[in-house]
Design a protein. Structure first.
Length: 255
């Protein structure tokens, strides 16, 4: 599709609660070569699609400085309708990430590579996009948004001993996850956590309890997911609890 992907530029906006743009290449609000997005020549191109290949025919010529440095010119502009929401895994990082779910509504594929992300006109970071076929759905993660606050803290962390002859160690854990929406609009937040999964018949996981029924629980991995709608300023608390029983002297990590 492009000889040099770094000189190819693809700009799009989400038509949803707000808009963002992403660029295929390495152009920031002002990149290391001094170019800004507004400085990049723009020229509408016609698409000539041949099955798995696509060729852009640029109508207007572009002026390229003869300074021995690479420069970029706009190939095409496309708009994708999408949905914005938040995802968080507070067990790993107590932060909420803004996610855009989009559909490639063009007639051509999007070539994979590094992209720069813009929210309105603000550069918010770099990401990576895989090859995306026409009509395929894909997600963009747009970085941490402090407008949604997430915390996770232990409520119970207790170890007990059971048994007279064959002693067992029982570890009881309970965590509280708190999500609060500081935005002026309602937001949907998907919260991920995990329940331990035993791969040893001598280690048993029991006493699993949730304050709110999860949307899904993966038995193989223990991955738990909740979907939480939050009104402006609303706060929601979730708790999960479990027990891990193991023979005395057995070391269990990561719970």
């Amino acid at each position: 599709m492009f000889r040099d992907q770094k000189q190819a530029l693809l700009k799009s906006k989400i038509v949803a609660q707000n808009s963002m743009g992403y660029l295929a290449g390495e152009v920031g609000e002002k990149d290391k070569e001094g170019e800004r997005r507004s400085d990049i020549p723009q020229s509408a191109a016609e698409l000539d699609s041949h099955g798995v290949s696509a060729v852009f025919h640029v109508k207007l010529p572009a002026s390229v400085p003869s300074d021995g440095e690479p420069h970029r010119s706009m190939i095409t502009v496309q708009q994708f309708k999408g949905k914005l929401d938040y995802v968080t895994t507070p067990k790993l990082l107590q932060a909420a990430f803004l996610k855009a779910h989009l559909t490639n509504s063009t007639e051509f594929p999007i070539i994979g590579g590094q992209v720069n992300l813009f929210l309105e006109d603000d550069f918010i970071g770099k990401s990576w996009v895989n090859y995306i076929s026409p009509s395929a759905e894909f997600d963009f993660y747009l970085g941490v948004d402090d407008g949604v606050k997430v915390t996770r803290k232990p409520m119970v962390d207790r170890t007990e001993t059971s048994g007279l002859i064959r002693k067992s160690i029982v570890t009881i854990r309970k965590y509280e996850i708190e999500v609060q929406n500081f935005k002026k609009t309602a937001q949907n937040v998907t919260v991920y956590d995990q329940i331990p999964v035993s791969q040893n018949e001598q280690i048993a996981v029991s006493g699993v309890k949730y304050s709110d029924k999860p949307k899904s629980v993966e038995k193989e991995t223990g991955k738990v997911a909740w979907e939480i709608p939050l009104k402006p300023g609303e706060k929601k608390k979730l708790t999960l609890e479990f027990s891990v029983e193991r023979p005395e002297g057995t070391v269990v990590a990561g719970i």
